[in-house]
Design a binder for this molecule. Structure first.
Ligand code: COA
Length: 158
């Protein structure tokens, strides 16, 4: 049984400071910071990120974004799905089940999930039950997306 607690992260200066420890710190985080500074978003508003704390330290995180079925190019029948990205566990905390806990949390919504794996993480995703989608260069701009299907959902025929 996995007792790791996954939390929705709030956008505030503390969260953004914690994000700096992750390798995939980039435009998304910078624009959150700017929006916060310019009062475009409120302190403590919901973010698309979920994470795991060890004490008061953020040690693992992912971003989950719900895509409307009108834009679905992956599943049959077309439906809303989750785009999972920026899954990352800090080096000292890897292999303790935190990555798996985040993926299981994403699965608990009961929607299909699509992700673009980082290099060398293929084995982890395979263990999590993700499979490659039919590869369409133009659609995926050279990426190799992986998907997870909840019961009753299948790949779109190409
Ligand atoms: N290669 C092979 N198996 C892996 C793995 C890897 N890189 N990472 C995790 N696993 C396996 C674990 O052994 C475990 O299997 P088990 O239950 O049979 O023991 C299962 O996947 C779940 O592992 P978990 O402890 O939840 O993984 P994690 O918390 O370390 O999260 C990553 C996995 C990939 C998200 C995390 O390690 C990470 O962010 N890594 C840094 C970036 C990266 O992609 N590294 C790849 C290795 S260089």
């Amino acid at each position: 049984m996995n007792l790791t607690k996954v939390e929705r992260l709030l956008v505030n200066y503390k969260t953004l400071e914690e994000f700096k420890k992750f390798k995939e710190y980039g435009l998304q985080e910078l624009s959150m910071l700017e929006d916060l500074q310019a009062n475009i978003i409120e302190n403590d508003s919901d973010s698309p990120f979920y994470g795991v704390y060890y004490g008061d330290k953020l040690v693992a995180r992912m971003s989950l974004y719900r895509v409307d079925k009108r834009f679905d190019q992956y599943f049959e029948p077309a439906q809303d799905y989750l785009e999972l990205w920026k899954l990352e566990v800090l080096p000292d905390y890897q292999k303790r089940g935190y990555g798996q806990a985040l993926v299981e949390f994403a699965k608990s919504f009961g929607l299909p999930i699509k992700t673009n794996p980082r290099v060398k993480s293929a084995h982890f995703w395979e263990k999590m039950g993700f499979v490659p989608v039919d590869y369409d260069m133009e659609r995926d701009r050279g990426e190799n997306p992986l998907v997870w299907y909840p019961k009753g959902v299948t790949a779109k025929e190409s």
